[in-house]
Design a protein around this ligand. Structure first.
Ligand code: COA
Length: 699
């Protein structure tokens, strides 16, 4: 896939110029300098010769099928004509470097649409416009105007920002980090992150895929592709623009808690994508993924020549979700017999400040050989006798012998460590100056291990007993009355039609009706004001609980009506809703809000009136949300501790809670017009659950 972009047989540079300061010329020279072996054609209206190559006035002048990839660097107003010419000439892929498209406003947007239309018409794929270009170090091809070409390597880097790309490139050259592919996506008019992740996944030279993203173009397709790819190769994403969470006005708890950043988090998690928060982390992970094996578990051994940093490392291991390994008896005994008496033979293994290479050799070898160890961190502090280069050589030799267990170095220091660091680098052992970063990188490897080993994607249950016709009728009525929110009784009926157990509730227009409904349900009951215009019922005395007699109901009915009329004289008052009162259970919230990019986002957590204060909520997209994932979401919350039976209380019916989540997911999938939904609270009991208050907003 995308052969023409990464491994073209022939390339044309449209806008190549004899002027060495122009971008078209720089691209041409970059392609030549990268050692590209295919045919290369400069395209320039004045033809002649450019950089020693014969130039042609247009791609079509070369004849049909002569060019696989055209890199376009002419001013934006000429790009459409060039694209048509390329299309006629059978070009397979275009890289449009030129700016002056969507990023510049309306006229540019029109031009971009036209460009995409031309590409579709001729079946050409398009990278950009407004991009730096594309590189593949194994082809080799540098079809970009970046200053430099990365070392050959196994990391693919896909960037939505051209500036970020060139900065990283420059930095990587000094660090000696190699890349397989380097792609600047520009405006993503056609090819986007999903296409490029897929291409990198299919590239035999790529071991790890890095992305810098500002947004994702097609959420659903991204999820499908990323879910597949991450089973084979790690995908690590730095997504910028995280601060807008909660910026939109929302009428539900769920809506107020969730923002697009949370939807991105859920999307990445569900697709197995690792999200990082900084450039530093992005590249630390890239390097360990490219150079170290995935460990079998999370048990870490630390070998150090200094006590303090050893303890700091152990703390960091625990904090970052890893475990300090417990050595076997044989390991401890061998260490005991071969290290000085003062050395610590427990984890961290302290070989002491006067350790020379031999002690490191013994310690590292023994812990690597121990079955209870999944990965090793070697800490070295500069002392008068320490020999960084010697230790590095020992590490390199042992890493070659125990290549299935990751090993990272932490050489704490500067100048004196440089030689050792260099040796580690050559041996493919990432080395850090401080322990936390090394532990973070190891934690990333472990995390990916669990992503790679996750069970196959779940089937989403269909719940054949749901009754969509009933829901359709209720939504239709609300629409006809131009209401955006459903009455509680309507919302409860909707939930009930989808098999969610709800506390029965009915509308009563008169007090006598309310009494009759209560007689049907049995006492006690709750009365709630019924009006689409009154959202926060409790605040205006619109809710009365624990009513035990007809007399109490009649009095409550009139009190509520009067209070509502007083507070909201213009509200449309439907009457009151009578609800059967249920004993308190564990109070949960199950909610939904829609994300523009990824669709319905489900929230689960501790319910009740303090939802927004406690914020004990986990989120998942309905995409691929089966019972296993729903349970994983539930387990992330403190509510789960309550469900399990806190302080000797009976455990609640977890299966029923999982089913509420699943049925809500099905409901909001079937009815896209439901824009927000809150069930708060849902009471969970040792047997069963009941939804006490359902709020539904329609769009
Ligand atoms: N076919 C072939 N060559 C053409 C042509 C066509 N249809 N139309 C013009 N050219 C030639 C020009 O004659 C010129 O060659 P010359 O020096 O021999 O005269 C060459 O293409 C370049 O055109 P020029 O008008 O000199 O433009 P430029 O080089 O100053 O700028 C861009 C062109 C594309 C670099 C510029 O318009 C641009 O978009 N810059 C921003 C790029 C950017 O930042 N991208 C995003 C990075 S994140």
């Amino acid at each position: 896939m995308l052969e023409a972009l990464f491994r073209p047989q022939s390339v044309a540079v449209v806008g190549a110029s004899q002027d060495r300061s122009k971008i078209g010329n720089i691209i041409l020279r970059n392609i030549i300098a990268s050692g590209y072996q295919g045919k290369l054609y400069p395209i320039n209206p004045r033809a002649g010769e450019i950089e020693g190559l014969k130039a042609f006035p247009a791609v079509s002048a070369l004849g049909r099928g002569a060019v696989d990839l055209a890199v376009v660097a002419v001013p934006a107003p000429f790009v459409l004509d060039v694209a048509r010419d390329c299309g006629e000439a059978g070009v397979k892929a275009l890289v449009v470097i030129s700016a002056g498209f969507k990023e510049t406003g309306k006229e540019g947007l029109e031009r971009e649409k036209e460009l995409v239309a031309i590409c579709r018409q001729y079946g050409m794929r398009l990278l950009g416009p407004n991009c730096v270009g594309v590189m593949d170090t194994h082809t080799p091809l540098n079809a970009s105007f970046a200053a430099g070409f990365p070392h050959k390597g196994e990391i693919a880097f896909i960037s939505q920002s051209g500036a970020m790309l060139v900065a990283i490139l420059d930095w990587s050259m000094r660090e000696g980090i190699g890349f397989s592919q380097f792609v600047s996506m520009g405006n993503k008019a056609d090819l986007d992150e999903t296409d490029l992740i897929e291409a990198a996944a299919n590239d035999p030279h790529t071991k790890v895929i890095l992305c810098y993203l500002e947004d994702i173009k097609e959420g659903q397709r991204f999820l499908e592709v990323a879910e597949r790819v991450t089973r084979e190769k790690p995908v690590v994403v730095l997504k910028s623009g995280v601060s807008e969470a909660g910026a939109k006005a929302a009428s539900s708890h769920t809506g107020a808690l969730a923002g697009s950043n949370i939807a991105y988090d859920a999307a990445f998690r569900q697709a197995g994508v690792i999200r990082v928060q900084s450039m530093r982390e992005l590249f630390d992970l890239a390097v360990v993924f490219a150079r170290q094996p995935i460990p079998r578990g999370r048990r870490v051994a630390v070998v150090t020549n200094a006590g303090g940093p050893g303890i700091v490392t152990a703390d960091s291991v625990e904090r970052q979700g890893l475990e300090m390994a417990r050595f076997s008896r044989e390991t401890a005994e061998e260490l005991r017999s071969q290290l000085p008496r003062e050395a610590s033979v427990f984890n961290p293994v302290d070989v002491l400040g006067d350790a020379r290479v031999d002690r490191f050799q013994v310690a590292i070898e023994k812990v690597l050989a121990d079955e209870n160890v999944d990965g090793v961190l070697v800490l070295l502090c500069p002392t008068a006798v320490s020999d960084p280069e010697g230790v590095a050589r020992v590490m390199a030799e042992l890493h070659a012998r125990f290549s299935h267990k990751p090993m990272l170095g932490v050489f704490m220091g500067g100048e004196s460590m440089a030689g050792g660091v260099e040796i580690l680098n050559l041996a493919g052992i990432p080395c850090f100056t401080f322990p936390e970063l090394a532990v973070g990188a190891l934690a990333g490897l472990v995390h990916y291990g669990s992503i790679k080993a996750r069970p196959p994607k779940e089937e989403v249950p269909v719940y054949p007993d749901v009754r969509p016709e009933e829901v359709r009728r209720i939504l239709e009525r609300a629409r006809q009355e131009r209401r955006r929110s459903l009455l509680s009784s309507e919302a409860a009926a909707v939930a009930s039609a989808y098999g969610i157990p709800v506390a029965p509730i009915q509308l009563a227009q008169r007090a006598a009706e309310a009494v009759a409904i209560a007689a049907e349900y049995g006492y006690p009951v709750v009365l709630k004001v019924a009006s689409p215009d009154i959202l926060h019922k409790t605040d205006i005395g619109g809710v009365r609980m624990g009513l035990e007699t007809p007399e109490e109901i009649r009095r409550a009915f009139w009190d509520i009506m009067e209070s509502a009329a007083q507070h909201f004289p213009r509200a449309n008052l439907y009457g009151v809703e009578v609800q059967k009162m249920y004993p308190k259970g564990v109070e949960l919230i199950v909610g939904m809000t829609r994300d523009l990019q990824f669709g319905p986002l489900i929230a689960f957590g501790l319910g009740g009136i303090y939802v927004n204060l406690l914020k004990d909520v986990a989120f998942r997209l309905t995409w691929g949300l089966g019972p296993r994932e729903a349970e994983a979401m539930i387990r992330e919350t403190k509510a789960y501790d309550l469900l399990r039976g806190f302080r000797g209380e009976k455990p609640c019916d977890l299966k029923a809670v999982v089913e509420v989540v699943g049925r809500v997911a099905r409901l909001v999938t079937d009815f896209p017009e439901i824009v927000e939904l809150d069930i708060n609270p849902v009471f969970a009991y040792p047997e069963g659950v009941v939804a006490v208050d359902v709020k539904i907003t329609i769009g």
